[in-house]
Design a protein around this ligand. Structure first.
Ligand code: AMP
Length: 222
């Protein structure tokens, strides 16, 4: 509760594209974040609205914070929701932000099509082991999955893996590392997620934010 007795809303965001692209949605709701996370080390950011605060967490921790009530709402990629699960989360809205795709990429001199056709066992490095396992199982391709936490592009260059499964946006990172995209697994965008109990207990302010976000997303896509 705020000193004025109104329920406070905590929104979990991750730094980077999700934070940057959520700001215009918050602005449409009359909420401005008062600190720049790139300049401050604070993890709890006040906003121009006394009842709304932002907490900065790792992208993969957003669903956990919201599920267990560390935050009332959050913004997280579809990739994170699929990979880490979305149990207990209300997902009212695709915010159509932080758009990218999750793809398979290999070194430009690796013959992926032939390796797949010949039924070779592929070594695939990724942060997204569940998405990769499901994708290759559906294709009937045998893979050894190697879990990494970052710099996936390095794996085919060092011989750690034949392929990677990673997020691709402009494709510049792949190109800079002499990699090529050979399969597009799925399109990704970020979703609003809401704690189910908060939705009941703080219905009015949460509904208001959802409505403004929805109208803003619709206006942007027309
Ligand atoms: P790009 O060079 O624009 O294709 O971006 C690729 C790099 O940015 C990879 O390291 C990705 O993991 C990361 N990336 C791209 N899009 C996103 C996104 N929407 N959310 C988080 N990371 C992303």
């Amino acid at each position: 509760m705020t000193p004025a007795g109104r329920p406070a809303i905590t929104l979990a965001l991750s730094k980077g594209r999700i934070f940057d692209e959520t700001l215009p949605l918050l602005k449409a709701a009359g909420v401005e974040v008062l600190e720049d996370p790139e300049k401050s080390r604070k993890l709890i950011l006040a906003t121009s609205h006394p009842d709304v605060r932002v907490v900065l967490v790792r992208a993969s921790d957003v669903p956990t914070y919201v599920q267990y009530g560390g935050a009332d709402m959050g913004v997280t990629g579809k990739d994170t929701l699929i990979e880490h699960g979305s149990q207990g989360l209300y997902q009212p809205l695709d915010l159509q932000i932080a758009k990218c795709r999750i793809s398979v990429a290999v070194r430009s001199d690796f013959d992926y099509a032939t390796a797949v056709r010949q039924g070779s066992r592929l070594k695939v490095a990724t942060k997204y082991v569940n998405i990769a396992r499901e994708f290759f199982a559906t294709k009937g391709v045998h893979v050894d999955l190697i879990k990494l936490y970052g710099s996936m592009e390095l794996a085919p260059l060092t011989g750690l893996a034949d392929a990677i499964v990673d997020l691709v946006s402009t494709g510049n990172t792949l190109k800079a590392n002499n990699l090529v995209e050979v399969e597009r697994i799925m399109d990704i965008s970020s979703r609003l997620v809401v704690n189910q109990a908060a939705l009941k207990l703080k219905q009015e302010p949460i509904r208001r934010l959802i409505d403004v976000f929805e109208r803003t997303v619709c206006a942007a896509s027309t």
